[in-house]
Design a protein around this ligand. Structure first.
Ligand SMILES: Nc1ncnc2c1ncn2[C@@H]1O[C@H](COP(=O)(O)OP(=O)(O)OP(=O)(O)O)[C@@H](O)[C@H]1O
Length: 364
């Protein structure tokens, strides 16, 4: 039985010539964690995953798995296994032999390796199709085979490179649930690369948001969503308005924040703000009240630019002086009780507790 192990990246850097793909990333992933590396294209998440797998060398820094430093070990010697985005199944081998392949390479005799492969196929509910070839399987089925093939080596950590990206939206949600169930059942860590904040929030114990080769924030999904550390994280996670402005006054645990258009409101001064300092704040789009006679010091007036019906919610986009974009999510019933039209001027209100102060980005 595999023992789950903690994984640690210590100042891990990857350079391709002059380009810095991953920049001194340090991260601890406790044993038995579902971790998603999340970020836009080019942020360095695949390179980070490939360095953990040993498919990419490290320019500097170290990778530790349990007590062992694995930085310079071959992929098969690390205790990790990787499931590739394309599944990379051998078309000429049947499913059992595909799954058994790494045991064949390790010199395990045929009956033993095929027996073990059948156990793995049972684990992913694919034992009934064991005699087929990859081309005779659907995308979702091929993916389960690829999972079985990665798990046959008893890894302490399973690495998944965008495992859901080739699946249709319905299958994506089904396979996502199966991945989570499997991770809980095996008790090992899964490290899963994704572009999708929804996928990361649904699956993860630990979300690692990357930008420009650095970690912007690594925390539980609820923390990342409710307390995004930077404007980048707030925008990438979505459902937040980011406002840039400056502090005009600080008094008794509160500060006054001014946007360039002249509106000002109170923000909680949890970080020791100084008057005159440039600051960015975030306010969740569902925490804003529309059409409320805004309490002084807590709001803006916006002009409705666009209205989108999203089912349970209606998304209203507004323009306000000195504010780039501003969106409000209104529950469906509340919206249609007092509908708005494009061009309406509407007061926007929120409480100071719903204002979250952002820090400068480490990638800046
Ligand atoms: N073999 C390579 N040679 C040169 N540059 C590379 C190489 N591989 C990656 N890069 C660069 O390193 C940076 C990080 O790439 P990486 O693939 O890790 O990003 P990513 O976040 O996984 O993006 P995507 O979501 O598009 O896969 C990018 O700027 C990329 O162009």
């Amino acid at each position: 039985m595999t023992k789950a192990a903690e994984i640690e990246l210590i100042e891990v850097t990857k350079r391709y010539g002059p380009a810095l793909a991953v920049d001194a990333v340090s991260l601890k992933i406790p044993a038995g964690t579902y971790c998603c590396l999340l970020g836009p294209s080019g942020c360095g998440k695949t390179t980070t995953l490939r360095m953990i797998a040993g498919h990419e060398s490290v320019s500097s820094g170290d990778i530790r798995l349990g007590p062992a430093v694995v930085t310079d070990l071959a992929p098969a010697k690390r205790g990790t296994a990787m499931m590739f985005q394309s599944y990379a199944l051998f078309p000429h081998l049947d499913i059992v032999d595909n799954v058994a392949f790494s045991l064949k390479m390790a010199g395990v005799a045929k009956p033993a390796r095929r027996g073990r492969a059948m156990e793995m196929l049972k684990l992913v509910q694919m034992d009934h199709l064991a005699e087929r070839r990859p081309a005779q399987l659907s995308g979702g089925q091929q993916q389960r085979v690829a999972l079985a093939r990665a798990l046959i080596t008893d890894p302490q950590v399973l690495l998944l490179d965008e495992p859901l990206s080739a699946l249709d939206p319905f299958l994506k949600i089904k396979v996502r649930q199966e991945l989570k169930k499997l991770q809980l059942q095996l008790g090992i860590s899964f490290i899963h690369v994704t572009h999708s904040q929804e996928e990361a929030m649904a699956l993860s114990d630990l979300v690692v948001v990357m930008n420009g080769g650095r970690i912007e924030q690594a925390a539980a999904p609820r923390e990342v969503f409710n307390r995004p550390s930077t404007a980048f994280v707030a925008r990438f996670m979505g459902d937040h308005n980011v406002l840039a402005g400056r502090v005009s006054r600080v008094a008794e645990g509160n500060a006054t924040f001014e946007v360039p258009g002249g509106a000002s409101f109170t923000v909680p001064d949890t970080e020791g703000l100084e008057a005159g300092a440039p600051v960015e704040i975030a306010v969740r789009t569902d925490r804003i009240r529309l059409g409320d006679g805004a309490a002084p010091g807590c709001g803006l007036t916006g002009l409705v630019q666009n209205i989108e019906y999203h089912g349970q919610k209606v998304q209203v986009a507004l323009a306000a002086p000195g504010v780039d974009e501003f969106a409000v999510q209104v529950p469906e019933t509340a919206f249609f009780a007092a509908p708005l039209a494009i061009g309406d001027a509407v007061p926007l209100a929120w409480t100071a507790q719903d204002v979250h102060l952002l820090k400068p980005s480490p990638a800046a």
